[in-house]
Design a binder for this molecule. Structure first.
Ligand code: DGY
Length: 344
């Protein structure tokens, strides 16, 4: 016969065992996301992660995802039917640490009842800030000028040396006027442009009125802008929308900034436009492919500033992105409302 405390002990152990047995399993494709997000998951889930800082190889992802209840991924992972098949029917959620989700086959997820989480809003300010930094680095030729300091090209202060094109009095056109576009526009407004325009399928007069921005069609934006800023999502409609034809319509002094997705641009056409000075300069935080190979001809040009996709790379932003990605998973596993769910 067991004593009452012996029975209690046994019950506690059984309860622990059953909690352990019923724990959901999550695979995380990046070991280097901020630990605060992983800690949240570890409280109630079995968490396994890819171990290296570079993206998980496809074969490894297909192996590791087997039997998992949720997948914590990044924009470097292609999540398609093959990954979902490999995971199995118990997979309930795919949560990406990004606002962009073109790397996920959302339709395929929805068909299988798999919920998709993402991280909008939290990175809006960081991305807008970086866009303005890139714009200023490009129009005021900061990288070119900085090189001259180190290579002996700086001989004296010189009246017209390293001059760039100011934003004041210029016409700035944005392709896209969502959360990020609006925050970029608000910051650009402080530089006193003559006009801000935006191109979207539907006009957004209320949001635009704060900065007197006007809605124009794509053709007008190309023709009239001194600065063009790309801040739209990559969709079949926007894929390579900036090609030879578009660059041919731009003003020769036009400065082209892209912090959205490399796929929006036909990069060969952009290279030609920059090399022949068809347009003045470009600032790119995104390219195709990423990383850009060291032998890419774009890297030979002086009139382009290229950054390694760091739009949202602000410490607090990336920490919160890690937590939102985790909270999205926890909510999906509990069958609750997710903080940010892709509803397409
Ligand atoms: C995103 O979130 O989609 C950005 O491109 C990277 O943070």
């Amino acid at each position: 016969m067991r004593s009452a405390s012996g029975v209690l002990n046994l019950l506690t152990q059984l309860r622990r065992l059953s909690t352990k047995m019923s724990k959901s399993s999550v695979y995380v494709t990046r070991p280097d996301v901020d630990a605060s997000g992983l800690d949240l998951l570890r409280k109630s889930c079995d968490v396994s992660t890819w171990r290296e800082a570079l993206p998980v190889p496809r074969e490894e992802l297909l192996r590791q995802v087997v039997g998992k209840d949720a997948l914590y991924c990044a924009l470097t992972d292609k999540i398609d039917a093959a990954v979902l098949d490999a995971a199995g029917p118990q997979l309930k959620c795919v949560s990406t640490i990004s606002v962009g989700y073109e790397h996920i086959d959302v339709a395929e997820c929805k068909k299988r009842g798999i919920r998709v989480g993402f991280t909008p809003d939290v990175l809006t300010d960081a991305t807008a800030e970086l866009t303005v930094a890139l714009l200023l680095a490009t129009n005021r030729r900061l990288l070119e000028a900085n090189k001259e300091v180190y290579n002996g090209g700086w001989k004296s202060w010189s009246p017209m040396w390293m001059c760039g094109q100011g934003l004041k009095g210029s016409r700035v056109g944005l392709l896209g006027f969502g959360r990020i576009g609006q925050e970029i526009a608000a910051r650009v407004f402080a530089f006193k442009p003559s006009q801000i325009t935006y191109t979207t399928r539907t006009a957004r007069p209320q949001e635009a009125s704060k900065i007197n921005a006007i809605h124009v069609d794509f053709e007008e934006m190309l023709r009239e802008s001194d600065f063009i800023i790309v801040c739209c999502a990559l969709t079949p409609e926007t894929k390579e929308i900036f090609g030879t034809e578009a660059f041919a319509k731009m003003k020769p002094n036009c400065i082209f900034i892209n912090t959205a997705r490399g796929g929006v641009v036909d990069q060969k056409a952009l290279y030609d436009a920059l090399r022949t000075k068809r347009i003045q300069a470009a600032g790119l935080d995104v390219t195709t492919p990423e990383p850009l190979p060291l032998a890419d001809p774009l890297l030979q040009l002086d009139n382009v500033v290229i950054l390694p996709h760091i739009g949202s790379a602000d410490i607090e932003t990336r920490k919160e992105m890690s937590r939102i990605t985790a909270r999205n998973i926890l909510a999906a596993l509990a069958g609750e409302k997710m903080e940010a769910e892709v509803n397409k």
